[in-house]
Design a protein around this ligand. Structure first.
Ligand code: KE4
Length: 428
């Protein structure tokens, strides 16, 4: 497969941009080799600068649930741009997007638009701290919520120890108030709360883990978290940056029928342009400036282009049959991959919720980050490159997610299964 132009582009970009990329996961460090520089996307496919075409399951890490360059999204952006790109003043479009979100997401009575998922989670936690007057936060091991200093903390040795910084440039003191517990373990949450009575402002989690592959909540887990946090006056925050409008129109909270106090959104609500959002119960959101004393701001928050791309995308998702189609296409793909690993005697754990899925190369079951870490990343690397050479682009890391979009055709799915079967047949 020709990739000399991408290699040359990679050599140049590394001179000017740290690691040659504007976000670490793009640089293929988890699978080796060099990244493919993308020229364009159309529907279910992306095309690199060497002219190779790929069926795309990264979907810009989730936002492109309608596929690339969806005509109505592109047209909406084009027409809005003719009237200006940003005013630093309110527009009715922002209210329209807020209205869609409030009506779709059970926990959200008021919402503030920001520019990324990181901003959304950072702001939601600040509001939870302001609302409760408490400093400590509880998070789940290996849930990722963006690059917020005190969320780049790793689990200490004990089950519920204080966070230790997990990134350069983050002082230990910044992680000190961050407690980390394993996913799918309500007792660990209870223990952490009992060990820090009346000190924990919030519990933030991805209701379906999407940053260690795909790990669904065990039956009843989310309900138990709702109960425990309610009991202790702890703000329950669902980080639905990935799952919002992905696994259901109302997100994971509507799929599992568990309503948190606050929700963070991103990705899909921007339709491929930079939008994040955080929202929740009115009496919590009234803490946010200028109404309340919890400060949060953003020059381009709610700008017309990004908001319009989001509105256009969400309107398409509100159409009947959308989530059934996503479910159906993703199930066909997941079943085909499972059949292929069984046929070739490959140890694998298959995980799927709605249109997000991941295949782990392990003989273990994967119910938390420790389970995910048993995966054979060498085998994943072979799988990744085998698929790429056959024109299928999956996430360049065992610990990310795959996304099926509305534009993936039955032919795309069948071609992907065929390619995966060939690759799995030759795995060593
Ligand atoms: P951003 O700041 O990247 O928009 O969103 C941060 C974020 C927050 N919460 C969840 C659950 C997330 O998954 C993310 C970002 N996701 C990663 C990939 N899993 C984005 C890709 C990247 O970092 O380049």
């Amino acid at each position: 497969m020709e990739s000399s132009k991408s290699l040359a582009a990679w050599e140049k970009s590394q001179q000017l941009i740290p690691g040659g990329v504007n976000s670490p996961v793009r640089n293929f460090s988890k699978v080796g080799g060099h990244p493919r520089f993308i020229e364009r996307g159309a529907g279910s496919k992306i095309y690199d600068i060497d002219g190779n075409a790929y069926i795309d399951y990264v979907a810009s890490w989730g936002p492109l649930v309608l596929g690339h360059a969806h005509p109505s999204v592109v047209e909406a952006i084009r027409s809005v741009a003719l009237n200006g790109t940003s005013f630093g003043a309110p527009t009715t479009r922002e209210t329209e997007l807020a209205d869609i979100i409030v009506n779709a997401v059970p926990s959200i009575e008021q919402v503030r638009l920001v520019n990324s998922g990181t901003e959304a989670t950072m702001s939601a936690i600040r509001v939870a701290r302001g609302y409760t007057g408490r400093d400590k936060i509880l998070k789940i091991d290996s849930c990722y919520h963006g690059h917020v200093d005190y969320l780049l903390a790793k689990a200490g040795s004990g089950v519920a120890t204080f966070g230790l910084s997990d990134s350069g440039g983050v002082p230990e003191d910044f992680a000190r108030n961050t407690l980390t517990v394993p996913f799918n373990n309500p007792d660990a949450v209870r223990e952490a709360i009992e060990a820090n009575p009346d000190e924990i402002a919030c519990l933030i989690l991805e209701p379906i883990m999407g940053n260690m592959g795909i790990i669904p909540p065990r039956e009843g887990y989310l309900d138990q978290l709702r109960e425990i946090t309610e009991e202790h006056g702890i703000v329950l925050i669902f980080d639905e940056v990935i799952t919002g409008f992905r696994v259901a129109y109302g997100g994971a909270q509507s799929r599992y029928n568990v309503t948190p106090d606050m929700t963070c959104l991103g990705k899909i609500i921007g339709g491929g342009l930079p939008v994040g959002a955080y929202g929740g119960k009115r009496d919590i959101m009234r803490c946010v400036a200028p109404e309340g004393d919890v400060y949060q701001a953003g020059t381009l928050s709610g700008n017309p282009l990004a908001v319009t791309a989001g509105i256009t995308t969400l309107k398409q998702l509100a159409e009947p049959g959308v989530y059934e189609q996503l479910e159906d296409r993703a199930a066909t793909l997941a079943d085909g991959l499972a059949e292929a690993t069984q046929k070739h005697g490959i140890d694998a754990w298959h995980s799927r919720v709605g249109s997000m899925l991941m295949l782990y190369f392990t003989s273990e079951t994967v119910t938390d980050a420790d389970g995910a870490r048993t995966a054979d990343t060498e085998r994943f690397q072979q799988y990744f490159w085998g698929l790429l050479e056959r024109g299928v682009y999956v996430a360049p890391s065992q610990f990310e997610a795959g996304f099926v979009s509305l534009i993936h055709s039955e032919e795309d799915i069948n071609n992907t299964i065929q390619a995966a079967t060939q690759v799995l047949a030759n795995l060593v």
